[in-house]
Design a protein around this ligand. Structure first.
Ligand code: FAD
Length: 468
């Protein structure tokens, strides 16, 4: 009997333990389900849908080379997986684990059904270097501080990546009806805002591996400096490949070599932050909608955001959204706040689906602390516009900036976008690239006074702490 390999956040054929085990077992059929219906599943944002479309196209090409057909189906995963398994007469199901609560509920349900139906189910660790339930503090709880968390994890020896399976294990029997990728309408049409994304990115595992090799050869040795400089190619730009599992963290880890320079160790610890975000998300499934520090529920936001506007993450493509939000929010989204570091970042995000990490911190801090707008609105905007939009890293980092998260930056550490610009874009190259009108009368006027709004934010924080 054939088996089904259910692809999820692991759109690759190399270092894919589920695929490897399935083909070792005999003939395999690959399945990808676009599930926007199961309870609690967060629909993808617009930029993510663009990436997914291209990534599935590449995955199909890679699977074709192995002779493994890829079936695409849209619908609630439990329903689709059961129907497909039955239609093919599969004897087993293989997948790599996912760690969101809603996803785990779906998977557990399918596992229970499969058990009753006499099917064999195997799941594997592939997307994270650690299994969140296996790594605990001495008292058996979750880690809330990064340094001891990463010390514990990185002391381990991570397995070597697995090679691409040999060709010739595909299923050649009759396949059930499946969807055409185009029928999912993942690509934008009117307006088509994806030109800049296509200029910057080539989704898929092959491009991910090339980028990784290039970074290790040219960028890694200078990463400790380069990572802070949005005006250079100092960071790896691997985030979307890791997000979609076109590269595995095991591949990236081992590409860093065993004898590590200071830069390579810092880079490895960034992979650690990714793990830490997922650790938090595993233990706090409502990371995107609830403050990890409950005292922040009392924070007197100038604009409380989603509690008033409702969720904007419709997943139907990039859109202005938040119609009732204040003008300041739209100015922030569109990169016309009058603060060049914020505006350049927001324009880079809109154009390319990515923003440099330093600038993400500056733009997020400005929204939350200078505009007093709830971090959840910013999180939702990033969710819709980032090609690396990640259900764990996005909310965890927003909460880090807002001060409401685990091991977060203290609230009173407020980024000054002007000081950050002088320090990290000293020749003004980044700003000149994204804001050609900078320094001319056409450029936006500053929408707030940094000093006053900083003082107001600190006052609001004090108020929050005083209320009992
Ligand atoms: P590099 O500096 O080359 O880092 C290598 C890899 O380490 C990254 O690809 C990423 O996988 C991981 N990484 C680095 N920094 C972090 C971090 N702070 N948290 C988690 N993982 C990290 N990253 C996402 O992948 N998805 C998101 O949705 C996301 N949202 C963010 C929102 C805010 C407000 C902030 C401040 C940061 C966010 N980040 C997110 C983290 C970080 O900005 C990006 O991972 C990084 O900019 C990606 O570029 P890079 O691959 O060149 O990073």
């Amino acid at each position: 009997k054939p088996s089904i390999v259910w692809f999820r956040d692991d759109l690759r054929v190399a270092d894919n333990p589920a695929l490897r085990a399935a083909v070792d077992d005999g003939a395999a059929v690959a399945l990808y389900v676009l599930d926007e219906e199961s309870p609690g599943i967060r629909p993808h944002g617009g930029a993510a849908r663009w990436w997914l479309h291209h990534s599935l196209t590449r995955l199909r090409e890679d699977l074709d080379k192995l002779g493994v057909p890829l079936l695409l189906r849209r619908g609630p995963a439990a329903d689709v997986v059961q129907k497909t398994t039955t239609a093919i007469g599969a004897g087993g199901l293989y997948w790599n684990r996912r760690y969101g609560s809603a996803e785990r509920t779906v998977d557990a349900g399918i596992k229970a059904w499969a058990g009753e139906a006499g099917l064999h189910v195997s799941s594997f660790q592939a997307s994270l270097l650690h299994e969140p339930w296996e790594v605990t503090t001495k008292t058996g709880g979750q880690y809330k501080v990064f340094t001891p968390f990463w010390r514990t994890i990185s002391a381990q020896d991570f397995r070597e990546p697995l090679a691409v399976p040999e060709a010739g294990h595909g299923f050649s029997g009759k396949l059930p009806a499946y969807d055409q990728l185009e029928s999912w309408h993942l690509l934008p049409t009117k307006p088509d805002w994806s030109g800049g994304l296509a200029e910057m990115w080539t989704p898929g595992a092959e491009a991910g591996h090339k980028r990784l090799a290039r970074f290790v050869a040219n960028g890694l040795s200078n990463y400790s400096e380069g990572r802070n400089r949005p005006d250079t190619d100092g960071s790896s730009c691997l985030s979307p490949y890791l997000r979609w599992g076109e590269l595995s963290p095991f591949e990236v880890w081992h590409a860093l070599g065993s004898k590590r320079s200071e830069s390579a160790s810092i880079y490895a610890s960034e992979l650690g932050w990714r793990e830490f975000c997922w650790h938090q998300y595993f233990h706090n499934p409502d990371l995107a909608t609830a403050n990890l520090r409950p005292e922040f529920d009392r924070f007197p936001w100038a604009w409380p955001g989603s509690r008033n506007t409702g969720s904007d993450s419709s997943g139907n493509g990039k859109h202005p959204g938040h119609e009732s939000a204040p003008e300041e929010f739209r100015a922030w989204q569109q990169g016309r706040t009058g603060f060049p570091m914020v505006d350049a970042g927001q324009r880079q995000l809109w154009h390319t689906g990515w923003m440099h990490n330093r600038v993400r911190m500056v733009a997020a801090s400005f929204l939350v602390k200078n505009l007093g707008i709830h971090w959840q609105l910013g999180e939702q905007w990033f969710w819709d516009t980032l090609v690396d939009a990640d259900p764990a890293s996005n909310p965890a980092n927003w909460q880090w900036v807002a001060g409401s998260g685990a091991d977060a930056s203290p609230f009173f550490r407020i980024f000054n976008p002007e000081a950050q610009r002088v320090k990290f874009d000293p020749q003004g190259k980044y700003i000149a690239h994204w804001i050609p009108e900078f320094g001319t009368p056409e450029y936006a006027e500053e929408i707030v006074d940094l000093k006053t709004t900083r003082a107001e934010a600190l006052e609001a924080y004090k108020e929050m702490r005083e209320v009992h």
